[in-house]
Design a protein around this ligand. Structure first.
Ligand SMILES: CC(C)(COP(=O)(O)OP(=O)(O)OC[C@H]1O[C@@H](n2cnc3c(N)ncnc32)[C@H](O)[C@@H]1OP(=O)(O)O)[C@@H](O)C(=O)NCCC(=O)NCCS
Length: 188
């Protein structure tokens, strides 16, 4: 699957992505300064296990959509990050969204906003979902702004759930419904 925007393309993961994932996502504390999903530097074997999980066949209907990000004008579509929908609940037509851009030099240039918008289009138009949620820590101002720009609204907070830089921070829960996505898209 390829979802293409003006700056980014979302494609399936491929076996050759492991070194870029290792170098860009897990190797640079500037990317994820306070990692939520791991607590130690990842070995290549661990990265390959992660990649295998991303590439594993999904049931039909799928429980997750895992996509790699590439620059739209890169003919090799080299990995720059990943995004996806997980915990897809088909009965209630909702899912959770996640994203990481692995190269800090590409942060703050609108790629995240474009990727999330592409993914929401896929969620609502192709998969027929009704609501997409996410969580983001309070200190991640860039993430929070990116999600708001895509039409997400704050739904609540798990207070002081995360300790870093000498204090506790809230975990912010955000969400967007199909209707909100469509009115947001109309307003763009
Ligand atoms: C979070 C992330 C996906 C956002 O993607 P991005 O391409 O960097 O974001 P965009 O450029 O599309 O939008 C960033 C928004 O934050 C603002 N911003 C940029 N740099 C910022 C900074 N250092 N601090 C606060 N806000 C910042 C931008 O002005 C923009 O807001 P606006 O649209 O209201 O002007 C990306 O930065 C990333 O992968 N970060 C590391 C991993 C991560 O935090 N993942 C999300 C976990 S919930």
């Amino acid at each position: 699957m390829v979802l293409k925007g003006s700056q980014v393309a979302l494609r399936a993961y491929r076996a050759g992505d492991a070194p870029d994932i290792q170098a860009w996502v897990w190797g640079d504390p500037a990317v994820v300064p306070h990692p939520a999903f791991w607590d130690h530097p990842q070995s290549l074997a661990e990265t390959e296990a992660f990649l295998a999980a991303m590439m594993a066949p999904q049931p039909d209907p799928p429980l997750a959509v895992n996509l790699a990000m590439a620059l739209a004008d890169d003919p090799q579509a080299r990995y720059i990050g990943g995004c996806g929908l997980h915990a897809i609940d088909w009965r209630n037509r909702n899912a959770m969204l996640g994203i990481v851009i692995g190269r800090p030099d590409l942060h703050g240039r609108g790629l995240g906003t474009e990727a999330v918008t592409l993914l929401l289009g896929h969620a609502f138009d192709a998969l027929g979902l009704h609501q997409v949620g996410l969580t983001c820590f309070e200190y991640n101002e860039r993430g929070l702004r990116c999600y708001r720009r895509c039409g997400f609204r704050e739904e609540g907070r798990l207070r002081e759930r995360r300790f870093c830089d000498g204090r506790f921070w809230d975990e912010v829960r955000m969400g967007i419904t199909e209707g909100e996505y469509r009115s947001h898209a109309d307003g763009r």
